[in-house]
Design a protein around this ligand. Structure first.
Ligand code: EPU
Length: 418
């Protein structure tokens, strides 16, 4: 079992380049199935969720070939409607996107119930409601596979989402691309990955407008074609490095970002007393390790992202005063707190919120990441702590952070993987 060994207490200095956005890459890669053609996707992050996605695509007949380290050619002309192996889909939430992609292209989809990071119940009722509103029938077969069929094709409709779900918005867009007439998604998610996904589909010949707003309009087309598409940078990876330098002290320029995507994070850091300056495609955070406590509530974009909650908890463990972070998306995303406490953090989780009383210092400990962002929070705490920490549970961290060890080392961190 691999572990990270981090000797903390070293400020971070220098520049780090952000990789492509994992949560855009996943739907775009699954979305290539809808095109039935050859796509070249670039700025693809080298993380395990992507390798798994490519395995799933291969298992249903796609040809996959890397043209450069971050650019992959996917030929889905010979993909057939079949259920991918459960040992793959059971590990990843984003495998649900195959339902939208296959339903649109073949009028039928058969996909096992998706897995993913465990922070409580993760329903997909809004995805199913969307497919049903477009005329599909969705049932579970004897092996607990989701079986969606649209015997008479899909037709456009108005779909109001009860929650602004990223996954449901993307999945409905994917299926609606081929629906007859116009589909309107109301209360759509507005995350940058939604915009990335719509831009990809439009580059393949789809007719989607309004992505990035609460109302998306999709006019069905007869066919899609392949395209070359470059993914947007990963706002959560960028935010993680910003929180890390806040906690360790130092000055880091985060390159290849879209500063607009980072507004909620940048503003919060400024509010607590840190220096954050943005240029066209980079952000510099400078920290003397003196910052105030704050109150955060995670919300759908453009609110403060839930995927930055654990990392901010780690950073606020060293703030002056009492902070609170309440979770507006994943009510059970607090497993990281017990591990941070082992490093000396003072955190009480109560009623869907973490109350964090800042302490003057953290100390090294042996801790385990329980999900992707929890792992990132432990890395931040370990970088800022006195002494040595050992972090296990790297299979989660590997899902979403490309070369985290190399990137942090180049910023001066004392970190190694064993
Ligand atoms: N929800 C429903 N019904 C549904 C779908 C969602 O009630 O049919 C609820 C969920 O329970 C949750 C909220 O709606 O309370 C938002 O869920 P959403 O569907 O937006 O989440 P997701 O698509 O499953 C994606 C990201 C997550 C990120 C969330 C929120 C991917 C692959 N995953 O998940 O990313 O936390 O959006 O922004 O895009 C991560 O990268 O660490 C990660 C967990």
């Amino acid at each position: 079992m691999d572990k990270l060994r981090i000797r903390g207490g070293k400020p971070l200095f220098g520049e780090v380049t952000i990789s492509g956005m994992k949560n855009s890459a996943l739907p775009v890669l699954f979305g290539t199935v809808a095109t039935g053609d050859i796509c070249v996707i670039s700025n693809v992050p080298d993380v395990s969720d992507i390798s798994l996605t490519l395995e799933i695509l291969r298992s249903i007949g796609a040809k996959v070939r890397f043209e450069t380290t971050d650019s992959v050619m996917i030929d889905t002309r010979e993909v057939i409607m079949k259920s991918p192996p459960m040992e793959y889909v059971g590990k990843m939430r984003a495998s649900t996107y195959l339902i939208g992609a296959m339903l649109g292209r073949f009028g039928e989809a058969l996909v096992g119930y998706p897995g993913g990071c465990d922070f409580g119940v993760r329903p997909i009722d809004q995805h199913i409601k969307g497919f049903e509103h477009m005329g599909a029938r969705v049932e579970y077969d004897d092996n607990a596979n989701l079986h969606a069929t649209a015997e008479h094709g899909l037709h456009g409709n108005m779909i109001y989402l009860d929650v602004a779900s990223v996954g449901a918005t993307i999945n409905i867009m994917l299926a609606a691309v081929f629906a007859e007439g116009v589909t309107v998604i109301e209360n759509a998610a507005r995350e940058p990955h939604i915009v990335d996904m719509a831009s990809f589909l439009n580059a393949c010949g789809a007719d989607i407008s309004g992505a990035g707003t609460g109302m998306i309009r999709i006019r069905g087309v007869k066919a899609l074609h392949g395209c070359h598409y470059e993914l947007a940078p990963d706002m959560i990876e960028a935010g993680t490095y910003m929180a890390a330098v806040a906690a360790t002290g130092g000055s880091v320029t985060v390159n290849r970002v879209i500063p607009k995507h980072m507004d909620a994070i940048s503003q919060k850091l400024k509010e607590i007393g840190l220096s954050v300056t943005a240029s066209d495609s980079s952000i510099t955070v400078t920290s003397e390790r003196i910052y105030r406590a704050t109150t955060i509530k995670t919300n759908p974009y453009p609110g403060f992202p839930t995927d930055m909650h654990p990392q901010f908890s780690a950073m606020l463990a060293l703030a002056q005063g009492i902070s609170s972070i309440s979770e507006g998306i994943w009510g059970a995303r607090f497993k990281y707190a017990e591990e941070l406490k082992k490093m000396g953090a003072d955190i009480v989780v109560d009623n869907g919120a973490a109350h964090i009383t800042g302490v003057p210092s953290l100390h090294g400990a042996s801790v385990k990441g329980s999900d992707l962002r929890a792992g990132a929070a432990l890395v931040i705490a370990a970088l800022a702590a006195e002494g040595e920490s050992e972090i296990s549970g790297l299979e989660f961290l590997d899902r979403g952070y490309e070369d985290i060890v190399g990137k942090l080392k180049r910023l001066g961190a004392d970190i190694r993987r064993e």
